[in-house]
Design a protein around this ligand. Structure first.
Ligand SMILES: C[S@@+](CC[C@H](N)C(=O)[O-])C[C@H]1O[C@@H](n2cnc3c(N)ncnc32)[C@H](O)[C@@H]1O
Ligand SMILES: [Zn+2]
Length: 276
């Protein structure tokens, strides 16, 4: 069966077999028993086990499973399904898909519209992809970098990027003209109350809308709500999903560690761009 991915070494199309994917130039890639394929060339790998580690992935999975970010997933799925009804078998990439929480929602939403979606996900983290492949067995998942996507030029209808590194040049290359790019960014007050605990002087997130070469900005969905975190482990899981996990003092972390509940604003801006 033909893959949505192409050979990371020569760019030729990849054929899928059960345990091995290969191109016409005899480059071959093993499929892990967990269901994903490794398409990251050794010279693009900057550490032994890049991407989010097992503990980060487990914490994020547990947090997302509790539905705290469900409003974002619903808004994303609704917008993508509305766009995709123009295509009988839309081709979608979840770039930096993590453990496939949004990928799974998208697959379900498009299938509910009686479409036959073809969905791929890439991430650097094997621990995340192991879960993603189990969650969405009908999608294809590859260990790959968003900065060097093993995806042919102009082959996608839709690309989503939820809190993963932005590679707008690559995204413009792989989307078809008029293709849809969905990009979630935090709002000014996202996690404000958590930042008040962590920092003496919290700052609002900058919210300047960016324009990217090759894209026209179309619209934004603003998603705002409050979550009641009533378990210590949920507070810490959320903290470890944010960039603050790397830039908070020990004293700030200790203040958060002492909490068993936290009421916190959540805010996402879900931007939609169209490939020109
Ligand atoms: C904050 S997580 C978001 C995951 C998922 N989209 C979600 O929201 O649940 C960021 C993800 O990007 C991945 N990542 C980081 N750098 C990457 C890169 N250069 N290429 C592909 N994935 C990358 C990490 O392994 C991690 O799974
Ligand atoms: Zn090849």
């Amino acid at each position: 069966m033909k893959s949505l991915f192409c050979c990371p070494l020569c760019g030729a199309p990849l054929e899928r077999e059960d345990s091995r994917w290969f191109c016409s130039n005899r480059h071959s890639f093993d499929r892990a028993s967990a269901g994903y394929v490794h398409l990251l060339p050794a010279n693009k790998k900057h550490s032994k086990d890049p991407g989010d580690d097992k503990a980060m992935v487990a914490a994020r999975s547990a947090f997302l499973e509790k539905g705290y970010y469900q409003p974002l997933r619903d808004a994303l799925c609704q917008a993508v399904a509305e766009y995709a009804v123009n295509f009988p078998d839309p081709v979608l990439l979840d770039s930096g898909c993590g453990e496939g929480y949004y990928t799974a929602g998208l697959f379900q939403a498009l299938s509910d519209e009686e479409l036959s979606p073809r969905i791929a996900g890439v991430d650097l983290s094997k621990a995340a992809l192991r879960r993603a492949a189990r969650r969405v067995p009908k999608a294809e998942f590859a260990v790959a970098s968003v900065y060097h996507l093993p995806i042919p030029d102009r082959s996608l209808d839709i690309l989503v990027n939820i809190f993963s590194p932005l590679a707008s040049g690559e995204f413009a290359r792989v989307l078809r003209p008029y293709g849809l790019f969905c990009y979630a960014v935090p709002s000014a007050k996202h996690l404000w109350e958590m930042k008040e605990v962590l920092y003496a002087q919290p700052y609002e997130n900058p919210v300047k809308r960016e324009d990217y070469l090759g894209f026209v900005w179309r619209n934004v969905k603003e998603i705002r709500y409050t979550v009641d975190l009533r378990e210590h482990e949920d507070i810490m899981a959320l903290f470890h999903m944010t960039p603050y996990a790397w830039k908070t003092s020990q004293a700030g972390i200790a203040r958060l560690e002492a909490l068993n509940q936290l009421r916190c604003q959540i805010g996402f801006d879900l931007h939609f761009y169209q490939k020109v």
